[in-house]
Design a binder for this molecule. Structure first.
Ligand code: NAD
Ligand code: ZN
Length: 358
């Protein structure tokens, strides 16, 4: 399977399939990465022991000089301190303007390695090798970043990879909660723009959870394609791209109040998407949107309700700190039906409060 992300004058391929890791060397040759320039593979402490050896062997087999840098697994590695360490490795390994950084891992590795690629010598090659389902989201859109202690993703750039190689075999070692969390973003793409795909996800939920290669390949392809369609029309996030934030206003508040790590990102936005559907019902949309949304998310073993321990006040406070709050009114992405959403700018805080109280 393959899709092309088309951004006007630039485009890049996303290849999705089994056994791709072994062929990475050849793909880099085909993509024109010169043998005389060293490559740097960035990975993390969970992924590297499993897959880094195969990737290095494939690259060396084609004649490349390869360096690697393994970061500790987890969000804390998306920092300026770790960024500097990776840059140090890049300099020591002699990376030049024709070199490339290969990101072997989930969204954390992708965002960090992408920011290295975007800034090392003002920008070198960038290849993504995602190993989580959630990373299908970060493989389209070109957002790369590290965190500042005061705010997530505060230091970053828009920087497109030259290709994305999605080896489905690597997903087999993902912990089950990470599988469901990643699928939350997949089904989100259906909920915002593709009714048929959203219901397909519910119908094939057990195959998706079991990581059936056929079902998962299709789901990732379709998820990437929908995101590519949105991003292609709005690369710099001026308008349409906001619909990708379905469930994220409430989801980010849950992450902030609970402390990062209590809920995985996909779990938090699952609760957020269920909340948006409930808000839709309050704003007069059909109640079946909420029921269908909940059944889709539940089928993927995702939470749809906040644990009682969460304080409404704290969540409201967290949402007001969010950028989507202006002059007493809140902006929400609200479903109009399954597969269609509106950006509503004048949502009453009282309605939001009722939704999170439920
Ligand atoms: P992650 O990279 O931390 O991976 C999740 C966990 O799974 C980690 O512990 C990791 O070590 C482990 N792991 C990864 N692949 C594995 C495998 N194949 N087998 C076993 N374990 C594996 O997190 P994520 O969920 O992939 O991504 C979250 C990050 O992505 C966040 O930092 C978020 O900001 C970012 N993100 C960026 C974009 C974007 O557009 N750039 C979009 C969505 C998310
Ligand atoms: Zn998200």
């Amino acid at each position: 399977r393959s899709i092309t992300v088309d951004l006007g004058e630039r485009s890049y391929p996303i290849l999705i399939g089994s056994g791709l890791l072994q062929g990475i060397g050849e793909r880099c040759r085909e993509a024109g990465l010169p043998l005389r320039s060293p490559l740097l593979v960035v990975s993390d402490s969970e992924v590297a022991p499993r897959y880094l050896g195969v990737v290095e062997a494939s690259l060396r087999g084609q004649g490349y000089t390869v360096a690697s840098h393994v970061i500790p697994s987890g969000e804390a590695s998306k920092s300026l301190a770790v960024y500097e360490e990776v840059i140090t490795t890049a300099i020591q390994a002699g990376l030049d303007r024709s070199s490339a950084v290969l990101a072997l891992g989930g969204g954390v590795v992708g965002d960090l390695a992408g920011y290295v690629a975007a800034t090392y010598m003002r920008g070198i090659g960038f290849v993504q090798i995602p190993t989580t389902i959630l990373a299908h989201d970060s493989s389209v859109g070109g957002k790369v970043a590290v965190n500042h202690p005061l705010a997530k993703n505060m230091i970053g750039a828009f920087y497109q990879p030259s290709m994305v190689l999605y080896d489905l075999d690597t997903l087999r070692t993902l912990p089950p909660r990470e599988v469901s969390s990643g699928l939350a973003e997949v089904v989100k793409h259906g909920l915002i723009l593709d009714k048929e795909f959203a219901y397909w996800c519910r119908e094939h939920a057990s195959e998706l959870l079991a990581l059936d290669a056929e079902a998962l390949g299709y789901a990732l392809e379709r998820g990437c394609a929908i995101k590519a369609r949105v991003v292609g029309t709005d690369e710099r996030e001026n308008g349409l791209r906001a619909i990708l934030n379905l469930g994220h206003t409430i989801g980010h508040a849950i992450e902030a109040v609970g402390g990062y790590g209590v809920f995985l990102h996909g779990e938090a936005i699952s609760i957020g998407m269920a909340g948006s559907a409930l808000l839709a019902a309050k704003l007069g949309r059909d109640h079946s949107i909420y029921e269908d949304t909940v059944s889709m998310l539940s089928a993927l073993s995702l939470p749809v309700r906040l644990p009682a321990a969460y304080s409404e006040d704290e969540l409201m406070e967290a949402m007001m700190h969010d950028k989507k709050f202006k002059e007493g009114k809140m902006t929400f992405i609200v479903p109009d039906s399954i597969g269609a959403v509106s950006i509503v700018n004048d949502v009453q805080q009282s309605d939001v409060r009722e939704v999170i109280a439920q």
